[in-house]
Ligand binder design. Sequence first.
Ligand code: AMP
Ligand code: ZN
Length: 216
Amino acid sequence: MRIIIMGPPGSGKGTEAALLIKHYNIPHISTGNIFRELYKDRTTVGKIAKEYIDRGELVPDDITNEIVRHRLTHADAKKGFLFDGYPRNIEQAKAFDALLVKLGWKLDAVINIKAPDELIVDRISGRRVCESCGAVYHIHNKKPLIEGICDLDGGTLIQRVDDMEETVQRRLRVYNESTAPVIGYYEKTGSIIHIDGTKSIAETDSAIMKALGETN
Ligand code: AMP
Ligand code: ZN
């Protein structure tokens, strides 16, 4: 199964991504996570990416496309994949198409999760992530068992710099200007599944599974 999941920051796509990779047993490829790891490992690319990320801007396409190309050479990608946060603009979508043609692979689904701006700002400003494993929580909607501590590994939960309100507003602007057109791109080239991201996690889960033809 080869899937792309799209949606503005805070639409709940990370949560749905977790469900899908478990269901299909496919790797979760989040370009945002890859950039954060590259930074944690003190790589040059990671340091460059961090400057864009902290400003709420997109990392340049040549860097991003190359990271994706490299990631797909890993053996686990043969099982399929779920892309989360990529492609983020039309240029990346075109580069990704060309790469898939080269690999002889076809996308099975593009899922677009929709949510209005007010909901997004609320969801993101309450978001907390584990400093060590990157697991995502929310101060109201997805509390850890112990406040401030990751359920999985006991890591400290922090707020990402780019989740602070001002940066969120910039990320939303970037989303509306650069990423929203990608939806139109996939509408033209294939099937795209639109999902209402304002509902509960359970309702969103089942809407996606139903749209994918799963009897869940
Ligand atoms: P995310 O975790 O997907 O919200 O990504 C966090 C940040 O990483 C974004 O705000 C961008 O600065 C950067 N980023 C992630 N994916 C991409 C991409 N496909 N193209 C450019 N920048 C990206
Ligand atoms: Zn953790």
